[in-house]
Design a protein around this ligand. Structure first.
Ligand SMILES: C[S@@+](CC[C@H](N)C(=O)[O-])C[C@H]1O[C@@H](n2cnc3c(N)ncnc32)[C@H](O)[C@@H]1O
Length: 658
């Protein structure tokens, strides 16, 4: 698509790209789908501080780092049934730190981490903004093919010769005769490479954020959209002491795994990173990501890693969407409500309906919720320029719904709807309940979560049930679970069963062992293992998840399992002091990995087995290094694909005491 065309037509390049992409999407549907959709919802957080800094994806990051909480959830007046709300204790001042409860300390730390992360990303964005073009030109593989050498090398798609710095009279290659659109010579030294230069790079692997990684004169080059074994021409966007970031311009040698991304907003919304790679290629890439992490952070370059366990049909797999919502004016028509993820590197929402990795029931529910919010003119915190805002205007600040969270039960068929708002007093609640019940008969509960703060964390402290059951039901295998709106539950149920079976096989329990399920969420792993263990103790920091876990143990008759509220790094050492030393520890921490105190306690108490479930290969490898140095050895590493089309990879690593 020519960048020039359309500029004069009064629409932005981004809008034009979206429009054209939408037309193109009809041709490129994922197999087996009638309606192709757009992109994913909340996505698991990107790596920062690994090979390169990640771009901002605020909505996504909260997925595996659930927002902390100070209060018990409460039910709203209109709900009838109610639980008392405990008042929140401020956790801000340092001198109060020792008086904070585990969940408050956790909340404080998460919030500090999130703010630091947001500040880091904001400054990164500022630095790179000037060098960036539109999303479409940033990611030339998105929605259209990157030009391949020999066809239109050195030309734009509208046929004009590309102006490179050399052609503009500024030769970036002192040793060569660079001509327009053609690379004839390159600097002898990577340090001479400048922004705007074009370099040819052979891609060696896929990086942790899905980018192609190659080397130019031994310096790492990150090229979004490039694939292992491809030879690409790339334009330098940023040079740093340890790496170069470059934009894919042409593919000189194309990978056999390159495919047309089916999603029309791929490369814009930022949810998926690997749609341009065949699924077989994605599974190989994920294995390589794990291999690279162990090699880099644990000096284990020859570690045997099993092939990635994938899905037969890697679409429609997500059971939860967490989308930012906005009311947009439409010329000459009623304003419309859109919901989506933030565009890569910005706070502009990319509307996504029919996301191809989201379960269709979730997509449908999101569409209905959007329509009802629009019809009832419910205030939204973003872009609410027409009606509604006046209802709950507060000192000129917009107040209203900020995020729609929808979770579905693949087995139960239930839909849980949570609207994250800035104030609890959303107007027209009765109408909202009535309309949503009508539009979404499968809705089992509607809640409002109040988050008045500007934070990258989606959820606030209070959840107010508006209608139905605040917690929903879902099953996995023969287990039935109760899930509160803020409690973590794995996002890909089909793969979760494989994940838990891998944990079970790794733990190889005989029925005599005491087991700790650290970072247990609603108790799912512990309850999966309980029939094969003498006793299971779970540790979880989110209070309502612990309540769910206890209820789940009772519901499923697992009377040898108990669940405790607290931080794993506090509770495990405390138990150790009391003389408790489990035979097996299973740990499934968020992306930040294991706390040092937790690891030290593991090394002191020496469980026979340590089963590490990780969604971040870098922190996994770093933590494993500590365990290896402390007397453990790795028995097996099994990568699993919980998030097809994204660069995320889950791993079950079994360590045994030497
Ligand atoms: C990746 S989830 C895993 C949950 C569960 N194992 C499952 O499969 O559904 C991580 C869980 O750890 C909890 N968590 C985060 N930090 C924690 C900490 N320091 N101590 C205990 N739990 C924590 C989160 O609330 C979340 O439920």
């Amino acid at each position: 698509m020519s960048e020039q065309k359309g500029k004069s037509e009064g629409i932005s390049r981004k809008e034009r790209k979206l429009q054209t992409a939408k037309e193109e999407k009809k041709k490129n549907r994922p197999s087996g789908k009638k309606k192709p959709g757009v992109k994913r919802s909340a996505m698991p957080g990107k790596e920062v501080g690994g090979e390169q800094a990640a771009s901002a994806l605020p909505a996504a990051q909260s997925e595996r780092k659930p927002a902390p909480r100070k209060e018990r959830s409460e039910r709203g007046a209109s709900a009838g049934r109610g639980r008392a709300s405990a008042s929140a204790r401020p956790a801000e001042s340092n001198d109060q730190a020792e008086r904070l409860s585990p969940s408050e300390r956790y909340e404080k730390r998460q919030s500090e981490r999130a703010s630091a992360e947001a500040a880091k990303q904001a400054s990164g964005q500022k630095k790179t903004k000037a060098k960036r073009e539109t999303s479409a030109s940033r990611q030339p593989y998105a929605g259209s093919k990157a030009p391949v050498s020999g066809t239109d090398m050195g030309k734009t798609q509208s046929g004009r010769v590309q102006r490179d710095p050399a052609a503009a009279g500024k030769n970036p290659y002192p040793n060569g005769n660079a001509a327009a659109g053609k690379l004839t010579a390159a600097p002898a030294d990577a340090e001479q490479v400048k922004v705007g230069d074009r370099i040819v790079v052979t891609i060696k692997r896929i990086g942790i954020n899905g980018e192609g990684v190659g080397y130019f004169r031994r310096k790492a080059v990150f090229v979004d959209g490039a694939i292992t074994n491809e030879v690409v021409k790339a334009e330098v966007l940023e040079t740093q002491a340890k790496f170069i970031k470059a934009k894919l311009i042409e593919i000189e040698k194309k990978s056999k795994h390159r495919v047309e991304p089916p999603c029309p907003v791929y490369g814009i919304c930022g949810g998926c990173q690997l749609q341009h790679i065949s699924y077989e290629g994605q599974l190989i890439a994920k294995l390589e990501i794990v291999r690279e992490a162990f090699s880099r952070y644990a000096n284990l370059s020859d570690l045997k890693i099993k092939p990635t366990l994938g899905m037969d049909r890697p679409w429609d797999y997500r059971n939860k969407a967490q989308l930012q919502v906005e009311r947009r004016d439409v010329k000459g028509a009623k304003s419309e409500v859109i919901a989506g993820l933030y565009e890569i590197g910005s706070h502009e929402i990319v509307d996504i309906s029919g996301c191809p990795i989201q379960h269709p029931q979730v997509n449908r529910a999101i569409d209905r919720v959007k329509a009802v919010l629009g019809d009832l003119n419910i205030p939204l915190s973003k872009g609410d320029s027409r009606g509604g805002r006046g209802d709950i205007k507060d000192s000129g600040t917009r107040k209203g719904v900020r995020t729609i969270v929808v979770r579905n039960g693949f087995q139960s068929g239930e839909i849980q709807v949570t609207l994250v708002t800035e104030t609890a007093d959303l107007p027209r609640q009765e109408d909202l309940i009535e309309r949503l019940r009508l539009e979404l008969p499968e809705m089992s509960g509607l809640s409002v979560n109040v988050n008045p703060f500007k934070t990258p964390l989606v959820f606030g402290e209070r959840t107010i049930g508006l209608w139905g059951n605040e917690a929903m039901n879902e099953s996995l295998g023969d287990l039935n679970f109760t899930l509160s709106p803020r409690a973590f539950f794995q996002l890909n149920p089909e793969q979760t069963i494989k994940l838990y079976e891998t944990v079970k096989a790794g733990a190889a329990l005989t029925g005599k062992e005491t087991v700790v399920d650290a970072y247990c969420g609603t108790g799912t792993i512990g309850l999966w293992l309980a029939p094969y263990a003498a006793e299971v103790r779970g540790i979880e920091v989110i209070p309502e998840a612990v309540e769910d876990a206890r209820r789940n143990a009772e519901r499923n008759g697992r009377d040898n399992a108990d669940f405790f509220e607290g931080e794993a790094e506090d509770l495990l050492p405390r138990w150790a002091k009391e003389g408790y030393s489990p035979d097996v520890i299973v740990a499934d921490p968020p992306r930040v990995g294991l706390d040092r105190k937790f690891l030290e306690t593991v090394l002191r108490t020496k469980p026979q087995k340590f089963v590490y479930v990780s969604c971040n290969p870098s922190t996994l490898a770093k933590d494993c290094k500590v365990l290896l140095d402390g007397g453990y050895e790795i028995q097996s590493v099994q990568p699993l694909d919980m998030f097809p089309q994204t660069s995320q990879v889950e791993c079950v690593t079994v360590l045994v005491k030497k």
